[in-house]
Ligand binder design. Structure first.
Ligand code: PLP
Length: 436
């Protein structure tokens, strides 16, 4: 197969680790200084400490052929295996096969928001553990297998812990995951039910993450693959599949505008990387697109930096119902700022009350029950349309990254039975609910 080197320059010293087959992944490269390293469980540049990302030898040849090959692939993320750091036979291994979730044309919501150019909800609640995290974990599992890790781990705001527990169960790996102790019941149960070890840490996500970084450097963490720490470069690549799917589902076309939630910011940066790859490969026409980032006001370090015109992100102490996004010190914050500014997008936030209203708006108009992160993206979309920042005449995609059943508390106070009555027609008539 003819190959082309996409990121950085070809470097003969950075050859692949023997026996590591991660498909088109050629090396790790530093996002700051560009130095290349051979594939391995590394996450920071040895020279400048910058974060590492996967560099590829992507397929060359006619885009039409690649497009056909993708379309003939399985109805999950493995249809994009030629563009991911996974072995060619990945679909035959035991894994959860996430992805190819619905792109819902949201005409009712569009009418309500005054969007005329086409509004779509990419509904990732349809993944195996009901959040977008199954995408990133599926890729990290392949890296863990390639590097010989026997325990799968993570620091999590909730959804990741469940995704890791489930993926490890299917792959036959041990799992031990770490979460802040005060998460929603739905997330705790989902993380525990798959039979792995679940550890609640007395602290917030940033404390959990710091603890995991210490564990990696300690003999206690020997043989552990932390999907979002020492496997982070591979993990992040899973988010590119959202970009691929959205374009394919739009008929191999880039959306004009997309609204993405921000926790660490990884998902947003990798969706941009996915769009760029599709353009380079000739799979979509090279047209401008705008990327909008969404946060909850109670944890809005990136939005605050965007509005202040800063390049650096000042950490915050999170206090919001959108717990899946509650990362006060987001690793990819500065890259998110770059992308929002480069594409002509923005980063905005909404208060918790608007998150709740937006969850109910999406449910009422489209029959989609999103978690608080979905309330954040829909709420920010509404706010930016009203402010004239999002152009209502252009094609817009909004991500719903998780399932409302995991965050019932957010809406339970205001979503109850309309009436409770005796089982008689008289009682029903008295309740005033008969059809007009
Ligand atoms: C983890 C998560 C995100 C985004 O996370 P990033 O760290 O920014 O990649 C978005 N929505 C939900 C529901 C999540 O669990």
């Amino acid at each position: 197969m003819a190959v082309q080197t996409v990121a950085g320059t070809a470097d003969t010293t950075a050859s692949a680790t023997p026996n590591v087959d991660l498909g088109p992944a050629a090396a790790l490269s530093c996002r700051e200084c560009g130095e290349r390293f051979e594939l391995g469980p590394l996450f920071a540049c040895a020279s400048c400490f910058g974060p590492l990302e996967v560099a590829y030898e992507l397929p060359t040849g006619a885009p039409e052929e690649l497009r056909k090959r993708i379309e003939a692939g399985p109805d999950n993320i493995w249809r994009y295996a030629p563009l991911l750091p996974v072995p060619a036979d990945v679909a035959e291994k035991p894994n959860l096969n996430p992805g190819f979730t619905k792109l819902v044309k949201a005409d009712n919501l569009a009418r309500e928001l005054g969007v005329t150019g086409g509004l779509y909800v990419k509904d990732d609640s349809g993944n195996p553990t009901h959040s977008f995290k199954d995408r990133v974990v599926a890729i990290a599992v392949e890296a863990a297998r390639a590097f010989g890790f026997t325990t799968l781990s993570c620091s999590s705001t909730g959804n990741l812990a469940g995704a890791v527990g489930a993926a490890a169960a299917r792959a036959g790996l041990r799992s031990c995951v770490f979460i802040p102790h005060d998460l929603e019941q739905g997330k705790v149960v989902m993380a525990a039910v798959y039979g792995g070890e679940l550890v609640g840490i007395e602290g917030n996500y940033d404390d959990v993450n710091r603890f995991c970084s210490e564990l990696i450097g300690d003999p206690l963490g020997e043989g552990w693959g932390f999907v979002n720490v020492n496997l982070r470069p591979y993990y992040g690549e899973g988010s590119k599949t959202l970009a691929y799917e959205i374009c394919e589902q739009l008929g191999w076309r880039l959306p004009d505008q997309i609204v993405i939630p921000i926790a660490s910011g990884s998902q947003l940066t990798k969706i941009d990387k996915g769009f760029q790859e599709l353009i380079k490969l000739g799979l979509v026409e090279d047209r401008p697109y705008k990327i909008f980032g969404a946060q909850a006001e109670g944890c809005s370090p990136v939005s605050a930096a965007f509005k202040a015109g800063h390049d650096v992100v000042r950490p915050q102490k999170p206090n919001t119902i959108a717990k899946s996004l509650a990362i006060g010190n987001p690793a990819d914050g500065p890259y998110v700022l770059d992308i929002a500014r480069r594409t002509g997008g923005a980063v905005e936030d909404v208060i918790d009350e608007q998150v709740v209203d937006a969850i109910k708006l999406l449910a009422r108009t489209e029959g989609i029950f999103g978690e608080t992160a979905g309330g954040v993206t829909v709420g920010v979309t509404k706010k930016l349309v009203e402010a004239g920042v999002i152009d209502p005449t252009l094609t817009t995609v909004v991500l719903n990254t998780g399932d409302g059943l995991k965050t019932l508390d957010a809406v339970s106070a205001t979503s109850q039975a309309t009436a409770t009555i005796k089982p008689s027609l008289d009682a029903f008539r008295a309740a005033g609910l008969a059809s007009a």
